[in-house]
Design a protein around this ligand. Structure first.
Ligand code: EPZ
Length: 430
């Protein structure tokens, strides 16, 4: 069993370098399936979700070569297989991008339903609605989603999304770049990773307009050819470290960021009394005084990101006064609250609303990460708490944060990884 052990209460000081964006990488890597030639993808984060998606491509027959720590060459020219193995696909949510990419490339796809964090229902009906509108037949059976373009090639059309969905927007984009004619996605998601995927595809020869607005137009082209592309910095990783500084106090320069992508997070931290200074590709975050209450509602971009909801909750727990947090994207993203309560947090949850009564101090406790961002929020709570916090199930955190322990230790946090094989045996026996 691997756990993180944190002795809290130490202010942070120094610099943290942000890695490439997870949610861009896990879409751009499958997008290489559409490209005839070698895609050199730079600024790839070293996280287990990326390893999983690269393993799937290799299993399909892609040639994947590591150039250096953050760069891979992916060549999918010789792939002839459109069936994704179940055990690999179930590890990650983003395996659904293989449906759009394989449909675009071969006109057919066999992909198991995706895995990923559990926030209540996570339907993909809007993805399927898009594929069907583009002329594919889609059936679910035998543990697989079977999709096949009726004429062997996807057909451009107009798709109106009933819900603003990041995954459906990007998946339909993948299915459309090599389709016959023009696809128009209305009510599209505007997240930075949607724009990054469009920029990647355009740099390989696609014709996509409007990414970053709510109408995206994709004119199908005959062929994409290889090239070099660098993934954007991770908005949520940066926001997580901004919240860590807010929690622990101190001053940290967070480097390799796009400050524009962080505005929704910066605005809330400023309201809470945290100082944030934007630079060209960095933000300086400083907190010396007390944190003050605020209300937060999560919304699709450019609203406050749902993937920062548990981390902002961690700091609201120690802010003066009562804050109201409203989850506007997922049905059930408060599963971490019981763990925070073990640390002395005062939180009441009613459906999508959490009311947080700030306390003077959290106290260290033994807690379990229940998903990726909740796990990161527990690290933040541990940094702020007095005493020792032990966090189990950290594999959730390592799905999306490269070297979180090293990055935080580098700015003075007292955090270490502890592997206890004895406990692992006990846990299995128990
Ligand atoms: C992406 O998930 C991210 N995952 C999530 O990040 C993130 O929380 C989410 O977008 C919202 O920003 C990846 O990029 C791999 P959605 P996705 O489709 O695409 C409903 C993290 O921590 N919906 O935008 O699966 C859905 O239930 C992860 O990094 C439908 O009803 O999210 C939700 O309420 C966790 N039908 C809302 O839309 C659909 O077909 C938004 O979901 C699709 C979605």
């Amino acid at each position: 069993m691997t756990k993180y052990v944190i002795h809290g209460g130490k202010p942070l000081s120094g610099e943290i370098e942000i890695s490439g964006a997870k949610n861009a990488a896990v879409a751009i890597i499958p997008a290489a399936l559409l490209v005839d030639g070698v895609c050199r993808i730079e600024n790839i984060p070293q996280i287990s979700d990326v390893t999983s998606i690269l393993n799937i491509l290799q299993d399909l027959g892609a040639d994947v070569r590591t150039v250096n720590r953050t760069t891979v060459d992916v060549d999918c020219s010789h792939i002839r297989n459109a069936k994704v193995p179940e055990e690999l696909a179930r590890k990650i949510r983003a395996s659904y991008y293989l449906i759009g990419a394989l449909l675009g490339r071969f006109g057919c796809a066999e992909v198991p339903p995706p895995g990923g964090c559990d926030f209540g229902g996570r339907p993909i009906d809007q993805h399927i609605k898009g594929f069907v509108a583009m002329g594919a037949g889609v059936e679910v059976g035998g543990g697989y989603i079977h999709a096949r373009a009726k004429n062997g090639r996807m057909q451009g059309t107009q798709v109106y999304l009933d819900i603003v969905s990041v995954g459906a927007t990007m998946n339909i984009m993948l299915a459309a770049v090599l389709a016959d004619g023009m696809t128009v996605i209305e009510n599209a998601a505007k997240e930075p990773h949607v724009v990054d995927l469009a920029n990647f595809l355009n740099s390989m020869g696609a014709d996509i307009m409007g990414a970053g607005t709510d109408v995206i137009k994709i004119r199908g082209v005959q062929r994409l050819s290889g090239g070099v592309y660098s993934i954007i910095p991770d908005q949520i990783e940066a926001g997580t470290y901004m919240a860590a500084v807010a929690a622990a106090g101190g001053e940290v320069l967070i480097r390799n960021v796009i400050p524009k992508h962080l505005e929704c997070i910066t605005a809330k931290l400023l309201e809470m009394g945290v100082e944030v200074e934007e630079q060209d590709d960095a933000v300086l975050v400083r907190r010396s005084g007390p944190l003050t209450r605020t209300n937060v509602k999560t919304l699709p971009y450019p609203g406050f990101p749902t993937d920062m909801q548990p981390q902002i909750a961690a700091i609201l727990c120690i802010a003066e006064g009562t804050s109201v947090l409203t989850e506007g994207v997922w049905d059930n993203r408060y599963r971490y609250v019981d763990e925070f309560r073990r640390m002395g947090a005062q939180i009441q949850v009613d459906g999508k609303i959490a009311v947080i009564e700030g306390v003077q101090r959290l106290t260290g406790a033994r807690i379990q990460a229940c998903d990726l961002r909740a796990g990161a929020a527990m690290v933040i709570a541990g940094l702020a708490a007095c005493g020792t916090t032990e966090i189990g199930c950290v594999h959730h955190i390592e799905r999306g944060y490269e070297d979180i322990v090293r990055k935080l230790s580098g700015v003075g946090a007292d955090i270490r990884v502890v592997v206890t094989p004895g406990e692992e045996k006990q846990a299995q026996v128990g």
